[in-house]
Design a protein. Structure first.
Length: 226
């Protein structure tokens, strides 16, 4: 049985797919490739551990594909993109992506990000259950949050932020530190990612409770309040 981590590469440039496949295989990964959304959907049957998804594909682009598969795919999705604006990052997160890497990128950076995501996924399976108030329950093992008995639908990274802050209630974390801890790499310049995830968590919580669990410490960062 093959116990290697598997990667699904989705990009409509064959030369990029071939290069990345060769490099990742040399690092010991099982690699699947797809040149368009239809091929990617077929390759999902291999249940990859992480997906690298180009945004600017012809036809169905990466954002559209991410939206269509996110409800059925739990693994991290890392966007490969030449786009660098803050709105592009927000769009990607709204689509269900977990992270960005901007083209052109070094293989060392790409390998570091893949490794960080996979380590985080492995550690997430060894958590214990914790109750924080009469209305809110966080099940770290099942990666689930319940408010007043209702399951709150969360993305992987939204849950990781909740896990970090709730396990360190009262401690203030700045955006860069949250990014560094959760993504496992240098968080410099990626505060937009954290801001958008926090915003989405608050919107989801507000559907079930008026209580604010994540407090903004202006000019500093965020903290969890019980």
């Amino acid at each position: 049985m093959d116990n290697r981590h598997s990667v699904l590469l989705v990009d409509d440039e064959r030369s990029i797919l071939d290069l990345l496949k060769l490099q990742l295989e040399s690092e010991g990964y099982q690699v699947y490739t797809a040149e368009n959304a239809a091929e990617a959907l077929n390759k999902l049957s291999y249940t990859p551990d992480i997906i690298l998804l180009d945004i600017n594909m012809r036809g169905t682009n990466g954002l559209e594909l991410c939206v269509s598969i996110r409800d059925f795919v739990a693994c991290p999705i890392l966007f490969l993109t030449a786009r660098i604006s803050e709105q592009d990052k927000v769009n990607g997160l709204m689509a269900g992506g977990d992270d960005y890497i901007t083209k052109p990128f070094s293989m060392d950076e790409l390998l570091a990000r893949i490794s960080a995501h996979l380590r985080r996924e492995e550690r997430s399976h060894h958590k214990t259950r914790g109750k924080f108030s009469e209305e809110l329950v966080i099940d770290y093992g099942k990666r689930s949050v319940y408010i007043k008995g209702k399951l709150v639908e969360l993305s992987n990274k939204e849950f990781e932020i909740i896990r970090l802050l709730s396990r360190n209630a009262g401690q203030v974390f700045d955006r860069e530190k949250i990014y560094e801890i959760i993504w496992g790499i240098d968080g410099s310049g990626d505060s937009t990612v954290i801001k958008e995830h926090i915003r989405k968590i608050r919107i989801k919580f507000a559907e079930y409770t008026e209580k604010t669990y994540i407090s903004t410490v202006w000019g500093v960062g965020y903290k969890w309040i019980n």
